[in-house]
Design a protein around this ligand. Sequence first.
Ligand code: G1P
Ligand code: ZN
Length: 548
Amino acid sequence: MNILSIATRPFVGQRPGTSGLRKKVTVFQQPHYLENFVQALFDTLPDRAGKTLVLGGDGRFHNRAAVQTILRMAAANGFGSALVGRGGLLSTPAVSAVIRKRAAYGGIILSASHNPGGPDGDFGIKYNISNGGPAPEKLTEAIYERTQAIAEYRIADTAEPVDIDTLGTHSLGEMRIEVIDPVADYAELMQSLFDFDAMRAWFAAGHRMRYDAMCAVGGPYAKAILEGMLGAPAGTVVNGEPLEDFGGHHPDPNPAHATELIAAMSGAAAPDFGAASDGDADRNMILGRDFVVTPSDSLAVLAANATRVPGYRDGLAGIARSMPTSCAADIVAQALGIPCYETPTGWKFFGTLLDADRATLCGEESYGTGSNHVREKDGLWAILFWLNLQAATGQSVESLVRHHWTRFGRHYYSRHDWEGISTERADALMAALRAKLPSLAGAEFPAAGKALRIEQADDFAYTDPVDGSVSQRQGVRLLFAGGSRIVFRLSGTGTEGATLRVYLERYEADPLQHDQAAQEALAALIEIADTVAGIRSHTAMPGPTVIT
Ligand code: G1P
Ligand code: ZN
């Protein structure tokens, strides 16, 4: 095999964000753009020779072309073998599972997660290390630095595409390529964690579920496991064929984008259980009949009931949640006598805690839930966990959550996104807010006849308790007396302008007060957020663009 060394020049802005490098497809289609990033990645892995690389993506537009390029570059950069999901498909949690099961060196995931796809949509690439988890910041920063100095990349000189649509083995020069069933390893792992007999009996007894795969990569996994192994009726999985443009939909499972599912889950004839996953199937949304579960509550309920599920029968070592996620999990951890860790936003911060067996379950308010079975959040895993709980207890989703609130109290929660702000305005808002921080502690705001007092106002900083690494400036927090919180941070995953995320939370212990609509229960905090941060004046926007 002839290896070409192609001269190139750095592109600005190839710094991975919260979850890999995400840009418009048209940006990735520029000559050398993907190649530069992949070579920079390989250059930061000096001991890659002869090692195994896992490769797959969520099937969005440009996935197939990128797989071919990366295979040719992996061969030219000395990898010993590549494991590729058939059709170039692998969900994010499946990549993590395959890396772990096959003791691979690492994996490349081609995905922009829940961002829209298609020729005008987004594309992305992220790297996972040998524990199956996202590359830590140290590595992503090293990759970025390398992209700024790159002068050439290496690629196998072959125009012949590798057949990635047939299971089996190929070779590209010295490198062996194995096309694997994207579902098999993952399904086996799920069987080792959940009570498949109980879930089969639940469906056999006539219970019904609707799983919306949002025309993304979760479809094949859900079909194989729910309709195949668990005997759910055909049609349980809807939008189950992965499409390059996700059928024009926004594959983000939340009340703002999964409107079709919310509608289908309403009324007496609705299925018992509703669920959805995102582009790369690492996010999940959980619904009962006429009932939507917040991701923060989902984590807390799973933690409180974990021992009802075979994989967690022996209990949890600890729980970890991202800082903006509600404190519902903290109360459960307290009751269980286990630690609850508060980490910055992004799954990569859970890796060390999972590896050190300090945390068993992890979650983020952004519809991400997972455990130590892999090192990514895992959409279908969370959905199977909820299914297993319903099968084991005979309770509905709504009754599981209401019991939970009665026992632990309810954390009213909402996130307001202000999208498409110019970067200058968003930076100015955050700078002004940070400058104000010292004056905010002790400030009082009138709310419904009472006063709400800020007890602590800071910019969240995190020291990883396992490896000691420090992450600063992870979001501005206003912590109120009584447990209410407002958090402000800018998104690190967008591809256009800036998105301000405002996270709002209020604790209510009294069961008689558990039936309010979230936006009403949070009205005072919503107003305070605008007063303190001057969101409307900084952005010149009339209101948030997405409320979840
Ligand atoms: C968002 C979510 C975050 C999640 C990430 C990747 O990041 O808020 O919780 O880990 O997507 O799915 P953000 O855009 O806020 O930086
Ligand atoms: Zn995702």
